[in-house]
Design a protein. Sequence first.
Length: 79
Amino acid sequence: MLMCKVMINNKEDFQSLLNGKFGLKFSSDSHIASIKAVAEAHFSASIVSLSQVFLNFHEEINGDEVVKSHTKLLYDQLL
């Protein structure tokens, strides 16, 4: 659900999901941290930040085909 909010560029809903009951419960998970970092880079429209996210969260992003394909689309959009 978080990745969907990033893909449709809905920053307000993304933040409300993170600050909700389940967002706070799973906030320490590395996969959630990687999506949060992708979102921050996307919402700030920074390709350098997104490239850094790929380096820092390589295992989390490449380990999930859906997240991998969506982050590639976001990267292409920023180019």
